[in-house]
Design a protein around this ligand. Sequence first.
Ligand code: GBH
Length: 475
Amino acid sequence: MALIQDANMFPRDFAWGAGTAAYQVEGGWQADGKGPSIWDTFCHEKGRVFGDQSGDVACNSYELWERDLECIQQLGLTHYRFSLSWSRLLPDGTTRHVNQKGVQYYNKVINDLVGCNVSPMVTLYHFDLPQALQDQGGWKSPCIASLFESYAKFCFQTFGDRVKLWITINEPYVCAKLGHEDGIHAPGLKEPGVTAYLVGHNMLRAHAMAWHGYNSYFRTAQRGLVSLAINSDWIEPLNTHCEEDIAATERYLAFTLGWFAWPLFVTGDYPEIMRSAIDAESKKLGYNGSSRLPSFSKDEPTILGTADFFALNYYTSRKIKQGEGCGNILCMKSDRDAGEVLDASWPICGVSWLAVVPDGLRKLLKYIKDTFKNPAVYITENGFSQVGPLQIEDDQRSKFYKDTIMEIAKAVQADRVDIRGYFAWTLLDNFEWADGYSVRFGLYHVDFEDEKLSRTMYQSGREYSKIILKHKFSQ
Ligand code: GBH
C-alpha cells in the first residue's frame, strides 16, 4: 500500500505517550497519610504474588517523580498517562477527609508535566480500591457508584483546570474477572459465575455517574474528555469455515469487548448474546432467580453515550474455538463457552499470554471504527514484556514498537480510523501485579536491587523516541 510521506503518516496533534499506574510505580504505601488499598492488603498476604513481592516501594515514584519526569522528557513524549491513588487522596475513600499531601503530590506531577509541555492523561482508578471501601463491600456494593462519583468530582474540581484527558476506570474486565472470578488480582475473590457480572455492572454505573458529573458541572469550563479504558484482544475463529467456531468467536467478543463497549457505544445495555448465553447456562444448571447479569435501572443516568472517545488497551490476539466449560459448575468460562488458542506462528514475549501480533491491532481498530460509529480512538496501552535475563539491548521489543506503529499508520492512512494517540505501556519496569517484578514492560530498566532504583533507557526506549521525533509536529 502507498503510504504518504513518512512525516505525514499521523495527524498533526497526535499524542505520543507512555503510561503507568499508581500502585505499580509509586511506592510510599503509607507515606504522608495515605490510606491502604486492596493491593496493599492483597500483597501483604503470603502466596498471592510472585515471590511475595509488593508495591510497598516499587519504583518509588512518590519520591523520585523528578527522575521520572527526566525519562519522559528524554523520550520526547507529548503525553503522559498515570493514575491517581484514590486512597492517597481520600484515605478512607470518601471526601469526608482529604489528604492534602496527596493533593500536593499530584499537583506537582501535573504542574511539572504541563510546565514541560507534556499533556497529562489521568486515570482515576487503576485496580487500587481504598481498603476502607472494600470493607463495605467494594465493587460488589451498589453504593460504590456514588462514592466513585464523589471521588471523580473531587478530582475534576482539584485537577481539571490542567487535565484535559480523563480515564475513569482502567479495564473493568480485568478488575471484575481477575479480581472477583479467578481471584488472582486484589481483592482475591473467587466467586465464579456471579460476582464478576455484578462488579462490571457497578463499574459501568460508577463510570456513567462520573461522566454525567463532568458533563453537568465541569465540561463547559474545563473542556476535557472523559472515557473508560477497555482492554481487548483481536480475535478470529480458529476454523473460519466452522459454524461453531464462528458462533464461539461472537460469544467471546460479547463477553469481553462487548460487555463494556455495547452499553457505552451501542445500546446502553449488554450484548444480547451475552445475556442469553448466561441465562441459558443458568437454566441448564438449575440456577433459579433473576439473571446473573444485572439490568440497568431506568431511574439512573443513562450509560449510552458516556464515553467521549474510545480508549483501547491492546496487547495480543487469539484464535477462538467452540467449547471450554468448567464442568457442571457456574463460571464465566462455561457461560461464554469459547476456548482461546494461540497461533503457532505468533512469537511469545516474556509472559505466556502475550503473543506478539502487531497486525491484530490494525484489524481491531478497523473493527472498532465499523462497529462503534467511527469514534475518536486513543490507544491507551500497548506493550511488550521481558522476563530474565534482561537485555538493555532489547531488539525484539524495538522491532515490536516499529511494527506496531507501522500498523497504526496503516489504520490511520488506509482504513481512515480516527486515531488520536498512542501510549506505550509502560514508562518504567514496575510492579507487574501477580507477576511482581519478574515481568518487565518498561521503556526504562529499573534496578530494583539498587537503593537508588536507578533508571536506564532500554534500546526500545531509544527506538520509540526516534519514532516520536520523526513524526511529531512542533506542538
Ligand atoms: C494491562 O492489562 C494493565 O492495565 C496494566 O496495569 C499491566 O501492567 C499490563 O496490562 C501488562 O500486563 O494471567 O493468563 O490470566 C492488560 C490486560 C488481561 C493482560 C489479563 C493479562 C492475564 C492473563 N490483561 N491478562 S492470565
